[in-house]
Design a protein around this ligand. Structure first.
Ligand code: AMP
Ligand code: MN
Ligand code: MN
Ligand code: MN
Length: 286
């Protein structure tokens, strides 16, 4: 395909295979309806939806890149690394993601115990009911249960009151290393992307270290335009992309019609003067 900077690419969203509420097929249809021209499904720590997403995109004449969003622990914080355009049949990334999913069930049981002590019973079973993939119980599923049971009015409130550091339902977890996540993606011929950098609570020094180490491990791009960034952050991370010589990505991080503020394909285009990540992946687009 002809590489363009002005392209309605949406390279970040979630299906029922992780913590979204729509199937890969419904997301493909929604992306198409919303005018998306290049799409990627990026389920958390999972590529089980990739074949369905790619097939649905093809049937709709929608260009597709494989995707995932890997949970990483860096400087005691959780950082997300998006992988794009990798070979989904690569054994290294499959095994790596399986290992990083491994601790989720234990963590969910501990979260449930912790919530029980705060007076909320049955949270494990409640969260499991919302999980489309038993291998991928996430905080989002707990949040949906707490909304359903009337403890909170919306998922955001659940995160604020229960599921973030220092709150009763929060259980610290050690995810993959930055090096491992970037290596799994790049060895499978994909491009690693720092997801929504504006969301982390890093000091300027820690953020500098994240970008520096990410590059040293072979990372090549950063999300500039994402549903998690403010307009000021679009500008800030466009500058960071240039400073570090990284390509830029664009993605809504859409999870659900009821919960997500940003719908598929509705963000502003990438700012001028950046290399779009799809330029690095031209040969991997299906
Ligand atoms: P986990 O991977 O189980 O730790 O869950 C992380 C997921 O929780 C993220 O991918 C988001 O979908 C969701 N999340 C995190 N913080 C918030 C928040 N403040 N409001 C709503 N959802 C959130
Ligand atoms: Mn999520
Ligand atoms: Mn994320
Ligand atoms: Mn995401």
């Amino acid at each position: 395909m002809q590489v363009q900077t002005i392209l309605n690419a949406d390279l970040h969203c979630h299906s029922v295979v992780s913590d979204g509420t729509l199937t890969p097929e419904a997301l493909a249809q929604r992306a198409k309806t919303n005018g998306v021209e290049l799409w990627a499904l990026t389920d958390h720590d999972e590529i089980g939806g990739q074949q369905r997403a790619a097939a649905a995109a093809k049937a709709l004449d929608l260009l597709y890149l494989t995707g995932t969003e890997i949970s990483v622990t860096f400087a005691s914080e959780t950082v997300h690394i998006v992988g794009l355009g990798f070979d989904a049949d690569d054994v290294g990334i499959q095994q790596g993601l399986r290992s990083t999913r491994g601790g989720r069930n234990q963590r969910a049981m501990e979260m449930s115990d912790s919530l029980a002590k705060a007076g909320i019973a049955g949270a494990y079973d409640g969260a499991v009911k919302f999980a489309g993939n038993p291998d991928l119980i996430s905080r989002t599923h707990f949040a949906r249960f707490l909304v359903e049971s009337g403890v909170c009015r919306e998922t955001n409130e659940v995160f604020r009151k229960y599921l973030t550091e220092g709150k009763p339902g929060y259980v610290p977890h050690r995810w993959a290393s930055l090096r491992d996540a970037v290596t799994w993606i790049t060895q499978a011929q994909g491009v690693a992307v720092i997801a929504h950098p504006g969301r982390y609570n890093f000091t300027p020094n820690e953020e500098y270290a994240l970008f520096t180490e990410f590059k040293a491990h072979g990372g090549r791009a950063v999300e500039v335009v994402t549903g998690s960034h403010t307009k000021q952050e679009f500008v800030k991370y466009a500058e960071t992309a240039k400073e570090f010589g990284l390509a830029a990505s664009r993605g809504s991080d859409f999870h659900s019609p009821e919960e997500s503020r940003t719908d598929l394909g509705t963000l502003p285009f990438l700012p001028d003067g950046l290399t779009p990540v799809w330029e690095l992946l031209a040969g991997r687009i299906r």
